[in-house]
Design a protein around this ligand. Structure first.
Ligand SMILES: [Zn+2]
Length: 310
């Protein structure tokens, strides 16, 4: 590409930033380089059209950045250990990491069928326990997280000055953490888990200064993005449903660990709906990518009203 033309196109590229709620010219933190992190899937089943939508949206961005001759580092994680993976592995009487490995590989097969380019890096939670534990310890040392009886570690939303601003949350009306019942050990019920103590009989856990357990969901992306892209990078992406709590919590954790942490542009794709509901594995309301006629071999189920929101 001619150099002048490339520079003009780069200066014209504007992205909608979910943080500022406006379109902004993309200005790389390092001249000529773009660091992009996109939240990936929780690998406990075959991926569906909602996952395809996210992958295709960021594939278009990735390809255009390459077209503009940016040196792009594209990172998309796999959540390879969490409650849903453990529940399914227990039901199937298999090892949780074997189960998630199978579906990580299936996801990459689906993405190849969709002709999405593979990211440069696809980090998995189970390979980053040291980085995750180090970040949790840093947040505890900074007095923004606390350990409770039983070995869980919670993030304190009350000690995080800007908590809720990104997603415009009213903490009186919303729970910031995960889908769990009220916990009297929490200082604020909106506090969320950074480390979950191993339950009796749980098939897998990792040693930590707080006892055996595994990370909460949100901390993995803060730790893995910081490890692979540093605390400051250009674009963090994901589905719009991740703005709260996942990305709100990521922002809070990353700043709690490192005051300098900053993402230039938060970018979110709209959702794929089916019968006016978000396509979701956990709601059993989905069509798998490998059942799309042009990709797989089957026809779509009848009576499905598919739509894409912007
Ligand atoms: Zn994430």
């Amino acid at each position: 590409m001619e150099k002048k033309n490339k520079c003009e196109l780069r200066e014209k590229l504007r992205l909608y930033n979910s943080m500022t709620k406006q379109k902004e010219v993309l200005k790389p933190l390092v001249e000529g380089k773009i660091r992009l992190y996109v939240c990936g899937v929780t690998a406990y089943d075959f991926s569906h059209l909602g996952h395809a939508r996210a992958s295709v949206a960021f594939d278009v961005l990735y390809r255009y950045l390459l077209h503009l001759e940016y040196d792009v580092t594209y990172v998309r994680n796999f959540t390879d250990i969490d409650d849903k993976i453990i529940d399914r592995a227990n039901a199937m009487r298999v090892d949780p990491l074997s189960l998630s490995d199978r579906f990580c590989r299936a996801y990459n097969e689906d993405m190849a069928d969709l002709q999405c380019l593979p990211p440069n890096l696809q980090p998995r939670v189970s390979d980053h326990m040291e980085q995750i534990k180090a970040m949790i310890q840093q947040i505890i040392d900074n007095d923004i997280a606390y350990k409770v009886d039983g070995g869980d570690v919670f993030f304190s939303v009350d000690r995080s000055p800007n908590y809720g601003q990104f997603s415009r949350q009213d903490l009186d009306n919303h729970r910031a953490g995960e889908r769990v019942a009220e916990d009297p050990r929490k200082l604020n019920q909106a506090d969320f888990a950074l480390w979950k103590a191993a339950k009796p009989g749980e098939p897998i856990s990792w040693e930590s200064p707080w006892g055996p357990g595994r990370p909460g969901w949100h901390i993995e992306c803060s730790a893995m993005s910081a490890h692979h892209l540093s605390h400051k990078f250009d674009i963090h992406g994901g589905g719009i449903d991740l703005i709260f709590p996942h990305h709100e919590n990521e922002i809070a954790q990353s700043r709690a660990a490192c005051a300098e942490a900053r993402i230039s542009c938060w970018m979110h794709n709209g959702l794929f709906t089916i019968n006016n509901q978000k396509m979701s594995k956990s709601d059993r309301n989905f069509i798998q990518i490998r059942y799309i006629p042009s990709v797989g071999c089957e026809t779509l189920p009848d009576k499905c009203a598919l739509s894409i929101s912007s």
